[in-house]
Design a protein around this ligand. Structure first.
Ligand code: EPS
Length: 380
């Protein structure tokens, strides 16, 4: 089964992602991965670290002539700011970070040994793995698109149709906030500026939409096979994400069933079999998943990110050695990493979708996956 693990510390030598279960025969275009890594480094609100790093991937194993051969893939991103052995001890744990719980759990006195791995620097490796998954999905016409819906309570209510995707992508890729709604940008930019001046930080809301996914991924038969649960797990595992919802999400709890569920219609397909087999919905409050199974509508995942815990104007904490009150540690940090996190959410959604896709259609070779996929579509 497809999965990946990461290794690496924030100021260690490098970050690694090892991907297993990826089919043979897929051409891996390294610049495509690098574009995603660059996007993750950007966005307004990033701190000094991103001026130092210049993330790019080296594929150490698992390919021949840039094409996968079915063996594990090992992706490496070097850290320019590699100084882990010289860094001072951290004894003033930051509220909201892994510092305090980590030192207690691992019987450490220096939170550096915790934060180096807890740091969101690790997400560069996730983005590289997600980019590989996106290459696979794209060859089946499946597009995963993430953007920032809001920051610091300023939120867009713009709805994204697939037909508008290219325009939205162009807007997002020019936006310093990775938004698709230019109407909210100025207010957010101002809020980030003011927040930086105050020495504080900001969170936000991210939406990731997957278009072109066939009906039938995930399963109702077991709790850990349900696609919505798996996506929530994958996205919730990202540093600073505190909530995940699908489609109408939490708002559905306030409404009548008749206002929530997406009525079913049918239109006989004319030529190619659509990914829904001809069944159609006029609404998508379910976010493309019913009973833990994709229903062929766009899969809509929303993630809620808390403000980053490293604050220039630090909160109160306690010295780990003396147990005396003291301000929490501050070295340098991002004021707002919501745009970067949108790239990470996109990567995690893409990877989990690719996992469910290969579970259904096989994992050995891309030709076999394609045969199974096309055969399945003919029969729905
Ligand atoms: C992070 C602290 C900052 C961030 C980092 C996450 O790094 P540093 O401590 O080196 O200034 O910039 O994020 C990244 C390095 C990255 O690549 O996203 C933290 O403590 O979580």
């Amino acid at each position: 089964m497809l999965y990946f693990k990461t290794a690496g510390e924030s100021h260690g030598k490098c970050l690694i992602a090892i991907i297993e279960g990826f089919p043979a025969g897929v051409f891996i275009d390294t610049p495509v991965i690098n574009d995603e890594l660059k996007r993750r480094q950007g966005g307004m609100g990033r701190g000094g670290r991103m001026q130092i790093e210049d993330d790019s991937v080296e594929i150490l194993c698992g390919i021949r002539k840039n094409t996968t051969i079915g063996s594990p893939l090992c992706l490496m991103i070097k850290n320019r700011d590699h100084k882990i052995d010289e860094l001072p001890a951290v004894i003033r744990p930051r509220p909201g970070h892994a510092d305090l719980s980590g030192v207690i759990k691992y019987h450490e006195q220096d939170a550096r040994n915790i934060l180096e791995r807890a740091s969101a620097r690790e997400t560069a490796a996730r983005v590289a793995a997600g980019a590989v998954a996106k290459i696979l999905l794209a060859s089946f016409g499946i597009v995963v698109f993430g953007y920032v819906q809001g920051i610091g309570g300023i939120t867009s209510d713009k709805f994204l149709h697939r037909k508008d995707l290219d325009v939205a992508r162009a807007i997002r890729d020019k936006s310093p906030l990775y938004c698709i709604d230019q109407g909210i940008e100025d207010k957010i930019v101002e809020k980030i500026r003011q927040t930086a001046e105050k020495g504080d930080s900001l969170g936000g809301v991210i939406e990731v939409i997957t278009y072109g996914l066939p009906v039938g991924l995930g399963s109702h038969t077991q709790w850990d096979l349900k696609l919505d649960a798996r996506l929530a797990y994958a996205v919730m595992s990202i540093q600073a994400i505190k909530g995940v919802e699908l489609g109408m999400g939490c708002n559905a709890a306030k409404r009548f069933g008749s206002e929530v569920h997406d009525e079913i219609f049918y239109e006989k397909p004319r030529q190619n079999k659509p990914v829904t087999g001809g069944f159609r919905r006029r609404t998508n409050n379910a976010g493309g998943i019913e009973g833990g199974i994709s229903n062929g509508e766009p899969v809509v995942v929303r993630a809620y990110m808390k403000p980053i815990p490293t604050l220039k104007k630090p909160l109160r904490s306690v010295d780990l050695l003396t147990k005396e009150p003291i301000a929490a540690t501050y070295e340098r940090s991002d004021v707002c990493a919501v745009p970067a996190a949108s790239v990470v959410c996109e990567a995690m959604v893409a990877f989990e979708i690719a996992r469910a896709f290969l579970e259904k259609f096989g994992t050995d070779s891309i030709d076999e996956v394609r045969r199974n996929y096309e055969g399945y579509l003919c029969n729905i």
